[in-house]
Design a protein around this ligand. Sequence first.
Ligand SMILES: Cc1cc2nc3c(=O)[nH]c(=O)nc-3n(C[C@H](O)[C@H](O)[C@H](O)COP(=O)(O)O)c2cc1C
Length: 325
Amino acid sequence: MLSKPEFEAIVALANLAPSIHNAQPARWRLVGDRIEIGADRSIILPQADPTGRHIGLSCGAALEATVLALSKHGVGGTVTDLWDDDDWHSWSGHRMVARIELAKNATTDPTFLQLDQRFTWRGAFSDEPLGLYGWSRPDTAMVMDAPMRRWVADLNDAASLGILRRKAFRRELLSWMRLTPSDARYRYDGLSRDALRMDSRIARKVRLGFGVLWPLLNALGKTSAMTAEADLTRTAPLIACFHRPKDESAVQTGRAYLRLCLEATQLGLAGWPMAALTDDDTARDMISQQLAIGPERALIQVLRFGVPTGAAPPRARRPLAELIG
Ligand SMILES: Cc1cc2nc3c(=O)[nH]c(=O)nc-3n(C[C@H](O)[C@H](O)[C@H](O)COP(=O)(O)O)c2cc1C
């Protein structure tokens, strides 16, 4: 039903979905009239993602992007979420994420138009009034009042610093940072200096500061200034607190997560997640309590949203040869 060039175009578009550390763990294969998506076993983030939930969420976002990319070609499909089967055997070197049984003549979902418009923005947001046009989602608490946004900004800095104090976490993060364009993987994956909005001087400081100089900077009380984002966070007019049913599969959660991001894109907004706020148990509980998110729900991600004050950074994405199995 899909030609090889069509399949490749769909994979390339689907892989624009957001992923933890831009690791891009999703892989695709076409088996007759079925697309299978797996998570590459070699992508592991023991520090940032000890339970594999962020990888699952990233693969779920890639799955939803695949469904949208298929709809661009008039192809639909029945999706089976395989994440909770924990199946590492059906596809060597992969954990099964999902299967899509393809069907012809589907209606096009115009949301696919946002796939290549969405990007993570790690700079200041514009102070122009937000046009949300009644945007709301039952799985997202939209925080707009200034005192609460300030509280979240400070909590994010405290949670991030707590996590960054762990040497193993910093080492893993550095391994995904592409701090110089001469890095062989600069265009392909990880967090590029452009995406992180660092010039070469700051990038050098981060390499040293997160590396050998951390103990010294810590002793001098300088690590909080080095890692703080609150000034930028405060410029975001909207903080979105995304929560989902507690026992939902990470892949299902990822599908909804991509929809949230694309809806924001459609409104001209860019997002910047604060994973520390959900990775840190205390911060997550404090926000859940503040927003009355009940015990049957899990706070998944807290994101800054606003109109970016600059252009999208160049994208780093894996070549197709690394994505198709
Ligand atoms: C589960 C998840 C957690 C993320 N956490 C963070 C984060 O804490 N901070 C951040 O700056 N970006 C975060 N991101 C954004 C990714 O780094 C980003 O999607 C990736 O680098 C690809 O870039 P793009 O979104 O511009 O396409 C996260 C993305 C996902 C899917």
